[in-house]
Design a protein. Structure first.
Length: 287
């Protein structure tokens, strides 16, 4: 493990599943991390998630107890965005709503030092539009982590129309220091991964809804037929069906009718059956 020269403090905005995962891997690599969410309760939930995840990594001997404890000590939680004032790099992982993200970036532009890199973990929104909320769009880039962040090797680097080359190099180096492997995408809806993965999940839901196969057989077919670790319905539950629907709606708005979300996905979200995080989605996780 090593840290990138010039990056000592990493700010993370959002302490949900993705934000907490990003804070965890950054702290494990040796960065000081300030993780911010809007309510104390959300910050505490994020810190609990990190404790659980570090505990899992220790119990399967991927991390020593001392390394996990040191990582945990490097993470401060806060509800005050101004506490990210010393960050050399910020990764934003808040709600997938453009107005919310633009507000965060406009504030980060004022709070963070000149030259700090501002990255968004957006899954489908335009990084160029997010960057336009700042006076320094060259410093803004997409850094799209995969869920679960501590386990998944890949990170997508999204080059906005305005991103400067040194910004891309810095986040590439940062991802490498976290022991992750990157690929680059242009700023187009869904980038590489979600442009392909979200329709895959949606098509699995449609196949089930249209009676092509049971949900178990849709998942088994795609798992065994393609060596994927999870089938599409299982993966939808893992990502969160609300997240899948948001992403599908963005792809549909921007790329047209073939990306229309399935009605059953909308109904599941209406019902609050969002997948693992609510204990029920296509499958039951109550136990
Ligand atoms: N923290 C720490 N460790 C974790 C963890 C976490 N949050 N989640 C899982 N693990 C560990 C487990 O402890 C386990 O360790 P072991 O192999 O040493 O026992 C290992 O990871 C595997 O976990 P499980 O045994 O519980 O279950 P699986 O073998 O089924 O693996 C999985 C779980 C890694 C999630 C695997 O099913 C998988 O890779 N699924 C696909 C995930 C995927 O595609 N993610 C990308 C989604 S797209 C995305 O994120 C983009 C967004 O914009 C939508």
């Amino acid at each position: 493990m090593y840290t990138v020269d010039g990056v000592e403090t990493v700010g993370v905005v959002g302490a949900g599943t993705m934000g907490a995962g990003i804070a965890q891997v950054a702290a494990t690599a040796g960065y000081d991390v300030v993780m911010r969410d809007v309510e104390t309760e959300f910050v505490e939930d994020g810190l609990d998630r990190i404790d659980d995840s570090l505990g899992r990594l220790v119990s399967r001997e991927s991390l020593t107890e001392a390394t996990a404890a040191a990582a945990r000590r490097r993470i401060d939680g806060t509800t005050d965005l101004a506490d990210l004032g010393d960050a050399d790099l910020v990764v934003e992982a808040v709600l997938e709503q453009m107005d919310v993200k633009q507000d965060v970036f406009a504030s980060l532009d004022e709070i963070t030092p000149e030259g700090a890199v501002l990255a968004t973990n957006t899954s489908t929104l335009s990084v160029t539009t997010i960057a336009a909320a700042t006076e320094r769009p060259g410093d803004v880039v997409g850094l799209h982590f995969m869920n679960p962040v501590p386990v998944m090797e890949g990170v997508e680097v999204v080059r906005a129309e305005t991103t400067a080359d040194p910004t891309v190099s810095l986040v590439d180096d940062f991802a490498d220091s976290l022991d992750k492997t990157t690929w680059e995408s242009a700023d187009r809806p869904g980038f590489v991964v979600n442009r392909v993965l979200i329709p895959w999940v949606c098509e699995g839901i449609r196949a089930y809804d249209e009676g092509v196969a049971s949900k178990e057989d849709v998942d088994t077919g795609l798992k065994l037929g393609t060596n994927a670790p999870m089938g599409p319905l299982e993966l939808g539950d893992h990502i969160g069906l609300d997240v899948v629907l948001d992403a599908a709606e963005t792809l549909h708005d921007e790329l047209g009718d073939k990306y229309r979300p399935p009605v059953l996905l909308e109904r599941k979200v209406d019902a609050g059956h969002l997948g693992k995080k609510t204990g029920c989605g296509f499958y039951d996780y109550a136990e």
